[in-house]
Design a protein around this ligand. Structure first.
Ligand code: BES
Ligand code: MN
Ligand code: ZN
Length: 498
């Protein structure tokens, strides 16, 4: 588990231990410190590279066990390609690859943060460290037995050798906050629903108080008083009471309008009375990934003391079939007075978000609102698992998010909205209905949300494809990647801390 691992920085001159990981650019180009470290091995590197046809191409690696002349058990040289073009996300990827090359039986490893041109910049070193940290993450707290022949993983001491220890350390303080936010989100999403129900989630979010985040929890009576009947209707069939959690980080100018992030937190989605098929239903423990991302982001912002005022608001419910559950045909009144006819109780996320979006907009008058939700299976049909769907009333915010997506490799693709889609959710009996039929299902869901955001710049991210069963990458081997924490942190860092 990630906690079992330590990560520190050392000067290039420190003796490498056990596993030595180096970087090499195309054409077998290495930096001066790397050359010095390998000097005792003579021409071993050149001979091994020739034997393995290794040239330093990106995506390749050279491994030598018990390298003669070096006091380590294994030498790993990772191809960095043409390093002139590397961006932050590429350094994170290198860190992930490096960490992935350390066998689980190793107790120490040294990664030398140098390219052919010399020592990596502190912010790039921090990205390498972030990549290594995220790569090492596993969710194994419920595994009590080991497979036959499987050794207990050693507690790894990972040292990153750098040109300047103090400045690397300083850059890492910032990046470690983000890594911890991602890991918090992953832990919340991976956690099963018998452990993580609304009240327990609220408790875990309340732990952010330690970082100086103000946390307010609304219970059922408080939500009734506010008139959040759309959210409450979803949770009324569950033995676990619903909650709304508001997290506030005030790192910006006093009184400056906050940025706001809103998350769907359906701790388990059975579909309710419109019950889902059994196959794959276990994945619906992750239907709170939007809320987890918002919570992880608030952790990151607070832990790195971001110079911004930010609100994180999450709607936490469990969608269950029960004698008390809501029915198709029911009509609920939302906090802002609009009524919704329930056609399908499985279209519950939009009902939760409707009330939380209105509450945040009304109470905090934010600069913008970004909501994240595992909202529709249809978004996976449209975009697969590589891009989240982005719906918005604001071109500039979309543009900024698209760029942050490219920078972090947590990418978003804009989808349309419009009055023609909006009228599909008009209802015979109420102001609107909660589903619009099979076609354009992600769009009609977003149209419903838009009815609750007023004129505030707003983005809805449908993360059903990216957040769960996440694609395996060099920096993620977990079922949940904690998608979105790095994206939104990047957005804030780039535009809202000036
Ligand atoms: N939580 C689901 C969407 C989902 C599906 C997320 C698969 C992740 C993986 C959502 O609440 C839902 O059930 N949506 C329905 C909407 C339909 C009833 C209009 C869907 O997508 O089928
Ligand atoms: Mn559902
Ligand atoms: Zn759902």
């Amino acid at each position: 588990m990630a906690e079992a691992e330590t990560l520190g920085f050392a000067p290039f001159t420190a003796a490498p231990k056990d596993i030595l990981v180096l970087f090499c650019e195309e054409g077998l180009k290495i930096g001066p410190a790397t050359r010095r470290i390998m000097a005792p091995a003579g021409d071993l590197f050149q001979r091994a590279a020739a034997a393995d046809k290794f040239t330093g191409k990106s995506g390749t690696a050279l491994e030598v066990v018990a390298p003669a002349g070096l006091a380590v058990s294994r030498l790993v040289v990772i191809g960095a390609g043409k390093a002139g073009k590397l961006k932050a996300k590429d350094f994170a990827k290198l860190g992930g690859i490096a960490r992935g090359k350390v066998p689980s039986k190793a107790s120490a490893a040294t990664v030398v943060a140098e390219l052919a041109s010399g020592a990596m910049k502190p912010e790039h070193v921090a990205e390498v460290a972030l990549g290594a940290r995220l790569r090492a993450y596993t969710f194994d707290r419920y595994k009590t037995k080991r497979r036959e022949g499987e050794e207990a993983p050693k507690k790894l001491a990972l040292a990153i050798a750098v040109g300047n220890v103090a400045s690397a350390q300083k850059a890492w303080v910032h990046r470690e906050a983000v890594a911890d936010g991602v890991i918090m989100a992953r832990d919340l999403i991976n956690e099963p629903a018998n452990v993580l129900y609304p009240e327990e989630f609220a408790k875990r979010a309340s732990a952010l108080k330690k970082l100086g985040v103000q946390v307010e929890v609304l219970d059922v009576p408080a939500m009734k008083k506010l008139g959040m009947h759309a959210l409450l209707g979803v949770g009324q069939g569950s033995a676990h009471d619903s909650r709304v959690v508001i997290m506030r980080w005030n790192g910006g100018k006093k009184g400056a309008e906050p940025v706001a992030f809103i998350g769907k937190g359906v701790c388990f989605d059975t579909g309710g009375i419109s019950i889902k098929p059994a196959a794959g239903m276990e994945d619906m423990k992750g239907d709170m990934a939007g809320a987890a991302c918002v919570t992880g982001l608030m952790h990151a912002l607070a832990a790195r003391k971001a110079k911004v005022n930010a609100i994180g608001a999450i709607g936490l419910v469990e969608n269950m079939p029960d004698g008390k559950a809501q029915r198709p045909g029911d009509i609920v009144k939302t906090m802002n007075g609009q009524t919704i006819e329930i056609i399908n109780t499985d279209a519950e996320g939009r009902l939760v978000l409707a009330d939380v979006l209105h509450y945040v907009n009304d109470k905090y008058k934010p600069k913008f609102m970004i909501d994240l939700a595992t909202l529709t299976g249809a978004i996976m049909v449209a975009l697969g698992q590589e891009y989240a769907g982005m719906f918005s009333n604001d071109d500039r915010l979309c543009d900024r998010l698209s760029k942050a997506g490219e920078a972090t490799a947590e990418r978003v693709w804009r989808m349309p909205l419009g009055p023609e889609y909006d009228k599909i959710i008009d209802s015979k009996f109420a102001d609107m209905k909660n589903t619009g039929g099979r076609w354009g299902g992600s769009i009609t869901a977003a149209q419903l949300l838009q009815r609750f955001v007023g004129k505030t710049p707003w983005v809805h991210l449908d993360i059903a494809g990216t957040a769960l069963g996440s694609p395996q990458t060099d920096i993620n081997k977990s079922w949940s990647a904690g998608w979105g924490v790095r994206l939104l942190n990047q957005l804030v860092e780039d535009h809202y801390e000036k």
